[in-house]
Ligand binder design. Structure first.
Ligand code: PMP
Length: 282
């Protein structure tokens, strides 16, 4: 079996030998946060934004940041360099650490730090040319989706709902208003205007969220950040999802109905091209 080197609490070790105590609060309570950073041509893409989001997530749940930015970069670099792949996705996780089981924060505890990398598998040209199908569902998650927490049960159940329906993603709505996918942000286009939901506590602000805003500005595509109703999603000319591993991907069927004319649209095509240019320039 492929057994890549990973970083765990100060050491590089084969993945198969990386072990944590069962009392780790990540295991017991889901008390931790994580990040996923794409690596193109062995270089991190948008690492400052990813690290800023990690630092925000840590801060929001009161886990002391175990490393400064330079320290984090050096650790990630070590894991990336140990991999043979040029295109990777780095996963890093920080939990509150190991302590006797009690809900409230332990007095003295050292955070657990884990970093691994996997090959980055992007959607194929064939998938891009057809677009993907999605299903809709009510958003049943808690009210701090802006924290990139490892407590992902709501997202796991949403992804499973999509898998059972043999589609790519579950698009979630709270009180009839669009939030996001199980692991992606969701965008609609109507009459040439791109719209995304507010960057509040109801969604995770993807690193692609800011990137898409920048790309729209560069391309002269008008863009709105506002509440989007379920009806607007079904009446959209185009729908897209974005994430580190999907980049920006057209959604061409929702709950079995075609989106727009059922094919990937022109705004998607422009954004995808600009995305590739941003990667090449990074
Ligand atoms: N929302 C959720 C719930 C996610 O898990 C992800 C993927 N990390 C995103 C949005 C998109 O974020 P990013 O662009 O940083 O991958």
């Amino acid at each position: 079996m492929n057994d890549p080197l990973v970083y765990l609490n100060g050491e590089m070790t084969p993945l198969s030998e990386a072990k944590i105590p069962v009392l780790d609060r990540g295991f017991i309570f889901g008390d931790g946060v994580y990040e996923v950073i794409p690596i193109y041509g062995r270089r991190m893409f948008r690492s400052e934004q990813h690290m800023a989001r990690l630092f925000r997530s840590l801060d929001k749940i009161g886990i002391p940041n175990p490393h400064d930015l330079a320290g984090w970069m050096a650790l990630i670099r070590q894991v990336v360099d140990a991999s043979p792949d040029d295109e990777q996705m780095v996963y890093l996780q920080v939990t509150r650490g190991v302590a006797r089981r009690a809900h409230a924060f332990p007095a003295e505890v050292t955070p657990t730090v884990f970093i691994m990398t996997n090959p980055l598998v992007l959607p194929s040209a064939e998938v891009r040319s057809k677009g993907v199908a999605c299903v809709t569902m009510d958003d049943k998650r808690w009210l701090h989706c802006e924290i990139k927490s490892v407590s992902l049960l709501g997202n796991v159940l949403a992804a499973q709902h999509a898998a059972e329906n043999q589609v790519t993603e579950a698009i979630q709505f709270r009180d009839g208003m669009l939030t996001e996918g199980s692991s992606s942000n969701v965008w609609i286009v109507k009459d040439g205007v791109l719209a995304g939901p507010p960057k509040d506590n109801l969604i995770l602000e993807g690193i692609r969220y800011g990137l898409i805003q920048e790309l729209c500005e560069g391309l002269g595509i008008p863009m709105q950040v506002r509440r989007i109703s379920r009806e607007e999603v079904f009446a959209a000319d185009e729908v897209m999802i974005s994430s580190a591993t999907k980049e920006v991907l057209p959604v061409t069927r929702i709950d079995g109905q075609p989106v727009g004319n059922g094919a990937p649209g022109p705004i998607y095509a422009k954004l995808y091209e600009a995305y590739q240019a941003a990667k090449a320039a990074a």
